[in-house]
Write a new protein. Structure first.
Length: 397
């Protein structure tokens, strides 16, 4: 019955992580998987999350199914976090929001919704983008194309080429955009560039799809919502999938959401109804625990303040590692410019290493990167950053 099935090669990043776990070398460094580690190399448990979970345990209560759209308190908190409590899009009720199984679940539900109700639309993603973007949208039956984004010569954005390409897209095209902390490059659009892009999206009749997995890791929780609020204020309809995996260190809880900004409340109600139907055909309803934790942290003033302080500390630690890496590399290879490590934002950076150089890093120095050259900066620490930088300098020399 199943002899014709092709072998699955596995996910390259998860496979690399497995290889790291089996590596017996004592000074190995894992800069591949997108998880935030503290300076001791541990995944932190945030105090605000610990307190929220204890409160939920103490309160007890039945664990019934959630509605298909998820917990109301969580959905409301997500809207206020992304758009601001007083934003017109929130107060007018023209946003349809689901609690989802991580932001990946949100992307999948949104993709299925698009295939059902906008069947001729094609998706355009940045070159490069997170590998699973293409896989997920193609899995929904959508055609996926690319637009220019990363410039290896400058370590920045090919903004002129990007803007020109987006201006030429067919009306109704889906444009996947990273709201901040671009994965895999760490290269973001500036607020000024977003202000140039938004009118182009609107004039072209395009449907943006934002991915916001790292809110707070770029410039701050409020600052990283700039693109979301700019699109909403401009009157565009758009999708946004967001995650709390990184910002609340809730990786295995799969805490995420999908919001669709519509033209008015009546349209939002239609969209929410069909999103419910999409969820029902998929996983039926989201999990209770992560929705309750997110709602408790975001809605309790003391827990919210604690969370914001933790996110700031994580962001600052990543920035400190960027500065340390830059300093060592600049000292060891003074003829080369490594300033892109300082201008890139969030958990990831494109190192400029070739696949062959990445292989040498792993084989000769026990430093694990994705073969594209993407590095998870959060895997650096005060204990390993100098050794990692020295290894990178050795393969770059």
């Amino acid at each position: 019955m199943f002899q014709h099935i092709e072998s699955y090669a596995g996910d390259p990043i998860l496979g690399l992580n497995d290889a790291f776990q089996k590596d017996p070398r004592p000074n190995k460094a894992n800069l591949s998987i997108g998880i935030y580690f503290d300076d001791a190399g541990r995944i932190p448990v945030l105090d605000c999350v610990r307190q929220a979970e204890q409160q939920l345990v103490d309160e007890g209560g039945a664990k019934s199914y959630l509605p298909m759209e998820g917990m109301a308190a969580c959905r409301k908190a997500v809207q206020e976090l992304l758009f601001g409590a007083g934003h017109e899009a929130v107060t007018s009720g023209r946003i349809a929001t689901l609690q989802t199984v991580g932001s990946s679940g949100g992307l999948k539900v949104g993709g299925d919704f698009i295939k059902r109700w906008l069947p001729d639309a094609q998706v355009y993603v940045s070159d490069p983008t997170w590998d699973n973007h293409r896989a997920m949208f193609e899995g929904c039956g959508l055609t996926v194309n690319t637009y220019p984004y990363y410039d290896p010569a400058t370590g920045g954005v090919k903004f002129g080429a990007m803007l020109e390409a987006i201006q030429k897209l067919p009306r109704g095209s889906i444009v996947l955009l990273h709201a901040c902390c671009h994965n895999p490059t760490g290269v973001d659009l500036s607020p000024a560039q977003w202000e140039q892009l938004v009118p182009v999206l609107k004039a072209g009749g395009l449907l943006p799809y934002l991915d916001l997995a790292y809110q707070g890791y770029g410039d701050g929780i409020e600052e990283d919502a700039f693109a979301v609020r700019a699109l909403a204020s401009a009157g565009l309809s758009f999708f946004i999938a967001n995650s709390f995996s990184k910002s609340m260190s809730l990786y295995g809880e799969r805490a995420g959401a999908l919001s669709v900004v519509c033209q008015d409340a009546a349209e939002a109600e239609l969209v929410l109804g069909q999103l419910r139907a999409t969820v029902r055909r998929n996983y039926s309803s989201p999990p209770l625990h992560p929705g309750a934790v997110v709602a408790r942290v975001l809605n309790d003033p003391a827990l919210r303040a604690s969370w914001e302080a933790d996110v700031a500390a994580m962001r600052e630690r990543i920035l400190a590692m960027r500065k340390s890496l830059h300093a060592v590399l600049s000292a060891k290879l003074p003829g080369r410019n490594f300033d892109y490590f300082l201008s890139q934002r969030g958990m990831f950076s494109y190192t400029g290493l070739t696949p062959e150089q990445v292989d040498r890093l792993r084989e000769d120095h026990a430093v694990y990167l994705v073969r594209s050259g993407r590095m998870c900066v959060a895997g650096l620490s005060t204990r390993n950053v100098e050794a990692v930088a020295s290894a990178m300098a050795a393969v770059l020399a």
